[in-house]
Design a protein around this ligand. Structure first.
Ligand SMILES: [Zn+2]
Length: 123
């Protein structure tokens, strides 16, 4: 499986979603500018069967507005830089389904977006 991870804007500027994964993209929203849904959890990421499928999605043009005012292709996702990463669906260390390595095997990774108190138990 392939997942798409955001690296930054095409002009090299960072974005608030850098390092997060593409969860969904509504190409027809916002008059063809598109509406993105990101997730920090790779398990929630949109999964593509292979690189060709991921690139097809990346280059896709909204039906509502396939071309920009200047005549260039309107492909909203190409306005941002993406890393196409393989996702094999399980932890290499414990073989539990999920991200690799999983949270248990990489306890240092904390989800910054988590507001709830999620203190690890001491036992
Ligand atoms: Zn693991």
């Amino acid at each position: 499986m392939i997942v798409m991870k955001l690296v930054g804007a095409a002009n090299g500027q960072p974005t608030p979603f850098d390092g997060q994964y593409l969860k969904a993209f509504d190409f027809e929203a916002e008059g063809g500018r598109g509406l993105i849904d990101m997730t920090p959890d790779v398990n929630q990421a949109r999964m593509f069967n292979d690189m060709a499928a991921a690139l097809y999605f990346y280059n896709r043009q909204p039906k509502i507005k396939p071309f920009r005012e200047d005549g260039m292709r309107n492909s909203p996702l190409t306005a941002t830089n993406w890393s196409f990463e393989h996702f094999n669906g399980e932890c290499d260390i414990c073989h539990k389904p999920g991200p690799n390595p999983c949270d248990d095997c990489m306890p240092g990774i904390i989800n910054d977006n988590s507001e709830a108190s999620n203190e690890p138990s001491t036992d």
